[in-house]
Design a protein around this ligand. Sequence first.
Ligand code: S3P
Length: 434
Amino acid sequence: MKRAKVAKLKKPFSLECADIAADKSISHRCAMFALLSRGRSKIKNFLMAEDTLASLEIAKLLGAAVEQNGDMVTIEAPLEIKEPAEILDCGNAGTGMRLYCGLLSGIDGSFVLTGDKYLRERPMARVTKPLRAIGARVDGREEGNKAPLHIRGGKLKSFVYESPIDSAQVKSALILAALHANSKSLYRESFLSRDHSERMLRGMGAKIESVIKDGKEWLEITPLEKPLEPLEITVPADPSSGFFFAVAAAITPGAEVILKNISLNPTRIEAYRVLERMGASISYHLKEDKYEPIGDIHIAYNGRLKGVMVDSKIAWLIDELPALAIAMSLAEGSSTVCNAKELRVKESDRIAVIVDGLRRCGIEVEEYEDGYRIYGGELKHAVINSHGDHRIAMSFSIAGLICGMEIEDIACVDTSFPNFFDILQQITGVEFED
Ligand code: S3P
């Protein structure tokens, strides 16, 4: 099992970072949405990490012609999606599995989706249940809740669906299914989750509109009458990957970081807003706005952070909560996270793993079913197991800047941010052991 020893920082740092990993959510969607177009999609800065390469591999198995040249990927969709003879392996990626499930439900053919041992334990009923209700023939272990999933795609009925969870994966799976339904569908979530699918599919010519019905706002999705326009996109840097270095700057006296060409989509940068509320100095510099607002984020240390309450807009910062927990553990006073039960079904049970990890580092933490309370104090050197969860491995590596840290099972970092340790090594020493 590969492990990393991160050395305690000796002096402040100043980092201008143009190579934060490309956005994972957008890269997955590029691989999938290109399949619905006619022509050649051109994707610059596609994320070359295990999760998104798995989605690209699946696109190939479904008949797409894919060419890779450095970080430039071109995808030419087949005239008709092919029924593959192979099992489609999503690796560690919940986004890959849930979105492909929605997309393939409406396509003629037999498809089997599987993933690694972690993904095979994650709940899929949140997509398979509403998909079955509109006629999708999807099955899997535990009545269709766990992969491997078998999909026999075909005609789908339109739907009116109010989602019980604010999840972009559920929303995207249902939108993709609705594109192959027999008439217009309506989807609603109580709080807007990340909206890349709506933005990108609209940009490709799909009709996805915001409508008011019975005094409530819904997304109205019109089925496709013809293939979409191909994508022409440069994927921005991923704000959830950049956030590890934002926290590094916010907790290190005298430090500053500039994250270049990063997504400034409001549904993705809420954790930076929380870090601002905690006292860090942060500014945003918009540079372009095609499918997404993109620009630079400057983060600078601005004194000891203060404790904070995080109980709303959870869907906008769910992925950054592990890194935020490191900032909270160094803040003055206590910080509370609640309404974040979703953390329990991410790549690991992140509530349990964060609480256990911080306690090992000498921090007092109370665990709740839907979050935790962290009493800011002094972080101490510890040995932390990632539980195969990339964000846990990276968050505790950042904590290592303060007290030195040993992180076990770091191979998972390659699922989303393969050059994470290269960037960390620009700041401090990192040793690896097998
Ligand atoms: C994602 C949505 C979020 C997020 C995940 C990526 C996406 O999951 O945590 O990392 O790309 O749609 P949920 O939809 O389950 O909240």
